[in-house]
Design a protein around this ligand. Structure first.
Ligand SMILES: Nc1ncnc2c1ncn2[C@@H]1O[C@H](COP(=O)(O)OP(=O)(O)OP(=O)(O)O)[C@@H](O)[C@H]1O
Ligand SMILES: [Mg+2]
Length: 262
């Protein structure tokens, strides 16, 4: 089943220059992507190709300049704030920098509790916090709950952020370069965890990166982006083993040594 799709999405940023001038950046140009339930889809492309803009648009941090965003078949571009809040629970995002994404003044339990409180979670909040910490293998939860961000490694922080995103039972997780700031050994652990979450929770995942090797480790399908456009897409193994587009070949050549498939 198709869960989320964009139809002809474009995003133009305009910046004022002096009194009359204006610069325009076409960050996305007629982008069509879709993700089915329980699927892991990759968005891969060089720096500036529009990956993060697309991710932000999918979680409503930006509005598209034109085009439609369909969630479970409904066009949500005209949603009002209450509907947007509900949608934002269904689609959670994990960012690149685990050092910047957690509040240094609060402990792990606070971070995971917060989305539960603000969404009006009706179950036992402490039990849910323990459950999601176990899910991301921050175990035993009692040990990690009282830790502050500075007491955790980069990989552990990213797990806390994942736990926070998963707490409200989203249908889709968007991970924007979630491992690019981590050590190679920790990268694999986090990617394995992401694959496991799909199996165990049945959620869909959009995995964003510039590294084609990690894309081929975890994704079923991939979209290759260049200059705000999707230049190639398909089954990941097919695209990587038989790239038809020049930019896909360039990304493959630029990639470091391959990892073993998870
Ligand atoms: N808020 C903004 N205002 C103006 N231009 C922007 C804004 N955000 C992104 N852009 C521009 O849009 C284009 C796409 O940027 P984006 O961050 O989506 O690329 P990316 O693929 O995520 O790159 P990276 O791999 O470096 O994270 C770039 O040219 C960028 O400079
Ligand atoms: Mg980006």
């Amino acid at each position: 089943m198709e869960l989320l799709a964009t139809q002809g999405i474009s995003k133009i940023f305009t910046k004022r220059r002096g009194m009359f001038g204006e610069t325009r950046t076409v960050a996305l140009n007629d982008v069509n992507i879709s993700i089915n339930s329980k699927e892991i889809v990759g968005l891969v492309g060089a720096s500036g190709s529009g990956k993060s803009t697309l991710a932000r648009l999918l979680v409503f941090l930006y509005k598209p300049t034109s085009g439609k965003l369909l969630f479970e078949g409904n066009d949500i571009t005209g949603y009002r704030s209450r509907q947007i809040r509900k949608y934002r629970q269904e689609v959670q995002m994990v960012f690149q920098d685990p050092y910047a994404s957690l509040d240094p003044n609060h402990n792990v339990a606070w971070h995971v509790r917060r989305p539960l409180i603000t969404s009006g979670y009706s179950g036992n909040i402490e039990e849910r916090v323990d459950q999601v910490l176990e899910m991301v293998t921050l175990s035993p939860p009692e040990y990690f709950k009282n830790k502050y961000p500075h007491q955790l490694s980069g990989g552990q922080r990213q797990r806390v952020y994942l736990a926070r995103a998963l707490a409200v039972e989203p249908k889709i997780l968007i991970a924007d370069e979630p491992v690019s700031m981590l050590d190679v050994s920790v990268r694999i652990e986090i990617l394995e965890l992401i694959s496991k979450l799909r199996e165990e929770l049945g959620i869909s995942i959009i995995y964003i990166t510039h590294d084609v090797n990690t894309v081929s480790l975890v994704t079923d399908r991939v979209y290759v982006m260049h200059s705000g456009m999707v230049v190639e897409h398909g089954n990941t193994d097919d695209v990587i083993s038989n790239p038809t587009h020049k930019y896909t070949r360039e990304l493959i050549e630029a990639a470091p040594n391959p990892y073993k498939r998870i």
